[in-house]
Write a protein that binds this ligand. Sequence first.
Ligand code: FES
Length: 157
Amino acid sequence: MAVEFSAEAKRELEEILKHYPNKQAALLPALHLAKREFKQITPEVMEYIGNLLDVPPIKVMDTVSFYTMFPREKEGKYVIQVCSTLSCSLMGAESVVEYIKKKLKIDVGETTPDGKFTLKKVECLGSCGTAPVMQINDDYYEQLTEEKIDQILDSLE
Ligand code: FES
């Protein structure tokens, strides 16, 4: 089935386009909208967005591949992104990742069988002073310990 924005998303895109000098310049916000609408940026979604904005498919593909926030495969309800850059690394990011892997019984890049959690390692989340840090969906969790991780993950529906 061909993908198509909902009526609300179409209205939002119209609003977005008003803030850009041309349709092509709105590629990133349009992809954010597509992520919210479709949860993943499949080849069909890339083609749809490319057609909407008159952007060649290869350019859409380049942009999607460059940014880690545009998943090409279905992700869990909660996407856990553990920072693995220097400050977090020095403060135990790898132990955080290992602990979550063991707790959820998944590897980095995988999703739990119930579709609840996806685990990712990412570059600096911009909160180096409170390392180690992870982001789950839109929320940041800092100065992580195993106890904190238990509390956080157990608190998510
Ligand atoms: S190094 Fe982890 S938030 Fe910057």
